[in-house]
Write a protein that binds this ligand. Structure first.
Ligand code: ADA
Length: 555
């Protein structure tokens, strides 16, 4: 299961969710016999490969003909995709999708190989040893599609209200494999309204974006309590032929998210965020959580009284975003970067890898109504001039791709940040009473007051991380550090401080569940895990679960 709804009625597609053959490689040569591996899945879930890092190849076959598009939703972290031994796609970064087309294939059974590496090296600026794991494997679904010579790459929908009626701005991106001149027509159907866009590919032109806007008077507003979703079905016609040659079904929610003064407004109403930061991590499934496990995480967050999730620190599996859409859970989604120093940001690949990640994240997740904030560069060098250039560059890239959502970044450069003028929302990761002893309420007020002396003045203010660690099951009448009691005490004080601070737009607790970390972090992370989860890695609630639940429910 790759999406929670059907995305094509016309275009033929097959999800390759099954056993593939997995072979570890060294210098491009097999080091052991192939084993059967579930795809999607990480190789850390294969017995015997729990600690494997390096290169591997996954192999399978598929049956298709014509123009075959291989769509990979996520491979961790570097991939080369071969069809019948011919390279059709290459990609860096575990957390965004990519595709490649092999044109004019004869009918038959074809070989598909995906070479994967999860190696840290100087060419990888974003996957570095970190406070979470970089697993290896085909962690998200793979789909084989048979596309026409001209096909739909994406459809972007932006809802907005005009004279009290919902409207949809639509952009349809088309690819033309033939490069011949073509007359094209896209028929868009939503809520019983039909809208047609027309255009023309010139000879040699491979890509074209059609754009239009229309009213959708019968659309009901998407709210957190009533997350109404509508399918947007686009059919593509070419050269005046009567039958469509391709289609794409997307899904939208009619809502507007805006910043006004120091408030975040959803459909004109102030939102107070009560959320969690969540890593895609599970002891059994690594970063490749199946549908039921993702849904269970949201069940728990709902039970906790949360209304939001931050996809720390990378774009998430789209199936999870589908579930957030359906359950009315607001999402802060961010590009992939955590805690990079100026030196790491000066890696020659850093800017390009960030650029690609942002472009792919926004292009691929554009239509999710749950996403209300685009974030970048968690805890990077926002106190330096060079860092500032990078933040500025990335925020301007975001605004070129999407003006409909506010932006932010999670800072830890207390009293030193020089980038607070750049985002729409100022956000800070703070750990009072855990990493230092200043009482939470005092620290929060001091930080907020300082922000008001900077160019971040008057903007919405979010606590994008706050929390404390505990080992599941470690109980202590003395409430010592790492006990469940101590974590619950600290969270009680932290959450109360933030929710009681009326100038604060909200809180994302660090973090939802305990997660594995790179071995390089083991000396400061007992169990080689970040233990600040409200639930442990198996999702068993710690004492703090009930503390937070009570506070989220009453505020
Ligand atoms: C930071 C960081 C998180 C995590 C956290 C912690 O704020 O953004 O990824 O490392 O600290 O547990 O200390």
């Amino acid at each position: 299961m790759i999406r929670s709804f059907n995305t094509h009625n016309l275009r033929k597609q097959e999800e390759l969710t099954k056993y593939w053959l997995f072979t570890p490689l060294q210098n491009n040569q097999p080091v052991s016999a192939p084993v059967k591996a579930a795809v999607p899945g990480c190789w850390q879930s294969i017995p015997g490969f729990e600690r494997y890092d390096g290169e591997a190849v996954y192999e399978t076959t598929f049956e298709a003909q014509g123009n075959v598009r291989i769509l990979c939703k996520g491979v961790s972290h570097t991939a080369e995709v071969y069809v019948n031994k011919q390279l059709v796609a290459q990609h860096y970064n575990a957390y965004t999708a990519f595709s490649g087309v092999y044109a004019n294939m004869p009918k038959g059974v074809h070989a598909l190989q995906i070479k994967v590496s999860n190696r840290f090296s100087e060419v990888s600026a974003l996957h570095v040893p970190n406070d979470y794991m970089t697993y290896g494997g085909i962690s998200r679904g793979v789909i084989v599609q048979q596309v026409a010579d001209t096909y739909i790459e994406w459809v972007h929908c932006t809802p907005h209200k005009q004279d009290n009626v919902w409207h949809l701005d639509v952009q349809v991106k088309l690819n033309n494999l033939t490069q011949q001149a073509q007359a094209v027509k896209a028929d868009i159907m939503v809520c019983g309204i039909n809208h047609t866009l027309q255009g023309q590919f010139a000879k040699g032109q491979g890509q074209l974006v059609l754009a239009g806007s229309f009213a959708v008077p019968s659309a009901a507003t998407y709210t957190q309590d009533s997350p109404m979703l509508y399918l947007v079905e686009t059919k593509l016609y070419c050269n005046n032929a009567p039958a469509p040659i391709d289609d794409l079904i997307e899904r939208v929610g009619f809502r507007e998210i805006k910043v006004q003064g120091n408030k975040l407004l959803l459909n004109g109403q102030e939102v107070k965020i009560k959320g969690f930061c969540r890593h895609e991590d599970h002891p059994q499934f690594a970063c490749s959580l199946p549908f039921a496990a993702m849904n269970y995480d949201l069940d728990l967050m709902k039970d906790l009284g949360a209304n939001a999730v931050r996809t720390s620190h990378y774009p998430n599996d789209e199936l999870f975003l589908d579930l957030c859409d359906e359950r009315g859970v607001l999402v802060w989604e961010e590009n992939h970067a955590r805690g990079l120093t100026e030196e790491q940001m000066r890696n020659p690949n850093f800017r390009k890898q960030c650029h690609d990640c942002i472009e792919e994240m926004i292009t691929q997740h554009f239509n999710h109504p749950s996403i209300v904030i685009w974030g970048i560069l968690n805890e990077c060098a926002s106190e330096t001039e060079y860092g500032r250039q990078c933040y500025a560059e990335q925020f301007s890239q975001i605004k070129q791709l999407d003006t409909s959502r506010p932006t932010s970044f999670a800072s830890c450069k207390f009293f030193n940040d020089i980038c607070l003028d750049l985002p729409d929302i100022v956000s800070y990761n703070i750990y009072p009473e855990w990493y230092h002893n200043t009482p939470a309420a005092e620290y929060l007020a001091k930080l907020y007051n300082w922000v008001q002396t900077t160019q971040g003045v008057g903007k919405p203010f979010i606590i994008s991380e706050i929390g404390a660690g505990a080992m599941y099951g470690y109980r202590s009448p003395a409430h010592v550090v790492w006990s469940e009691e101590r974590q619950a005490d600290i969270l009680q004080s932290q959450v109360q401080a933030v929710l009681g601070f009326s100038a604060c737009t909200g809180i994302f607790i660090w973090q939802f569940c305990d997660v594995a970390v790179s071995e390089e972090w083991a000396m400061i992370r007992p169990r080689t895990m970040n233990n600040k989860g409200i639930v442990d890695e198996y999702r068993r609630p710690k004492m703090a679960y009930y503390t937070v639940k009570q506070m989220f429910e009453k505020n």
